[in-house]
Design a protein around this ligand. Sequence first.
Ligand SMILES: Cc1ncc(COP(=O)(O)O)c(C=O)c1O
Length: 474
Amino acid sequence: MSTTPLLAEQLVDDPRVAEARKLIHAALDEQRAKLTGVKPADPARKQSYDATLEQFSQQRGGSLWYPYLGSGFGSGPFVELADGSVKYDMIAGIGVHFFGHSHPAFVDASLDAALTDTLMQGALQQNADSAKLTDSIIQLANASGAKLNHCYLTTSGAMANENAFKIAFQKASRDGKPADRMLAFQGTFCGRTLALSSMSDKPNNRVGLPHALKVDYVPFYDETDPEGSTKRSVDRLKEYLKRWPKHYAGFKFELIQGEGGFYPGTTDYFMALIEILKNEGVAVIADEIQTFCRTSRPFAFQHFGLDEHMDLVNVGKSTQVCFTLFTDEYKPQPGLIAQTFTGASSSIKAAQFVIDTFANGDLYERDGKEGKVMTLSNRFRGRIQAIAEKHPDWVSGPYGLGAMIAFQPFDGTIDDAKAVCTDLYENGVVGFLCGREKARVRFLPSVPALTDAHIDAVCDILEASLERVSKTRG
Ligand SMILES: Cc1ncc(COP(=O)(O)O)c(C=O)c1O
């Protein structure tokens, strides 16, 4: 039966709106075309930029890691700062701006959202967009055998983790074995709520906080000792399960450690642990907040072929809206999860673009053909490897997997890594730190926006930075 267009549809289809959109895109294209390379700050802006930074630092209660205040404009990997400088953004909001800056589809998402009735969507009242997005995410997640038939939207990675852990605890209680402990890898990072600060393996994230969650840590895979490290992890897991029988709700997996230093595991390694967890009825939870979209497949669990073993999966960052996926078995009871905000209207529209592009484009492996994410990331890695081979005293690596790219400057001290980050920043490349015992510099590049020429330019700046820092070391 034909229906009368809704008022919302009539507004979107109004020719005046189409005309306005055309004009906005023409202006956007014109400005984007001007951003073609790194640029130093405008001296005339320095004084007011520094004053704003100083005031902002005071008012927020602590200084910023970088003296970074964006102008609100960029183009692909380039970002313009409020001091007039232009930089290559190789950290992209720690993995958020996967499609690069000022992407036309994200501008459209904001324009479309601007025409809707509310800025935010929530658990009680949400637009039909949320239902469509949820369905698209589930289809993407279940493309190769996972049974993650449910998806709950949320506003941060931390909330996605919180929701997953609550679901896992409640399931254990429903099964008559109320649990009070979680398992995770040494070096894990989960987010910054009170409970997650207890779980993240970063002591300085919990200075002065009460211990809110009981967590036991299993050592992660060591690629220099695959058999030995697998045995050590399996032994440790068995030891915990014996010491605390029926106490564990879940094991939180980071399939490639993020904040911990960009260490990937392997399918065999993960399966050795998963088999034990399945036998014990402990939930297998993949935290894909940093790994999502950065390997050969949209989900890292798909890259590692772990699809059918996933009980809960958390995603954030590049998706613009965060979410927790779970199987039928893990459906929570009413009242366990709900939120005033599940996402901004613009984020939900942008997320639809992200998920559709991942499902249909050439970014990921399809019909045996390697996707663009791995091809470009491997090229990036190749360039870093060439620098490391030429100057083994300056840098080792690359580390990580796919579009999680890291390298270790010099001896891997935190001072070395900070010095390289600072020099890179001053010379037009934004990266960031990761790692524990050994400090690394990481890049989470906006792969779909990258060209070979960008990669070469960034690596030339990196080589020059390493050389400069090498001269200033004692
Ligand atoms: C693996 C992992 N989990 C959770 C989080 C927390 O996400 P958010 O900062 O959006 O709360 C992060 C953030 O870096 C992460 O890398």
